[in-house]
Design a protein around this ligand. Structure first.
Ligand code: SME
Length: 160
């Protein structure tokens, strides 16, 4: 079994530790489903105040739910729709302090109050999105965004 030490130190130090754990967990494996499943589980259990962590993958037309931790989720999301579809269409991380104030937010788990979605691109090709939900309003700050974008990069690099 993969052993993970509890995170400690400043927020930046904790994300550095988590990045090291993620590199170790994904190293030597290129399978997208396997790496998405393990990264979802790692992050879900390492970070506090999350109720959903996972992936949507682009099937050539829309986003389709992939490996995740949390409650069952909506399966298909059109590009440009909701927080996930907006991240995919704009190529910009969406950090949403209050999901109820986000136009078109798609409620999958009614407990979710804030959300962060990182778009996943391999060059110009859309791979999907990495999505995190929290039951706490304004759960994600700029440091979380930086740390989670690094984890998304580690995931993409593992597939190359
Ligand atoms: N809330 C997302 C949908 C996915 S779930 O949160 C797992 C959205 O608006 O795109």
């Amino acid at each position: 079994m993969f052993q993970t030490a509890a995170l400690s130190g400043t927020q930046a130090e904790q994300y550095d530790e988590l990045a090291t754990q993620a590199r170790g967990l994904l190293s030597g494996e290129r399978d997208r489903t396997a790496n998405a499943a393990n990264l979802s589980a790692l992050v879900y259990h390492a970070l506090p105040d999350l109720n959903w962590v996972g992936f949507y993958f682009f099937d050539g037309t829309e986003l389709v739910v992939g490996p995740f931790q949390g409650q069952p989720a909506c399966v298909r999301i059109a590009l440009g729709r909701g927080v996930c579809g907006t991240a995919a269409a704009t190529r910009q991380t969406q950090r949403v302090a209050d999901v109820d104030a986000f136009p078109g937010h798609i409620p999958c788990d009614s407990a979710s109050r804030s959300e962060l979605v990182v778009p996943l691109y391999a060059g110009d090709a859309l791979v999907g999105v990495f999505d995190l939900d929290s039951p706490k309003p304004d759960r994600f700050d700029a440091g979380d965004q930086r740390g989670l974008e690094t984890l998304a990069r580690i995931f993409l690099e593992s597939l190359a």
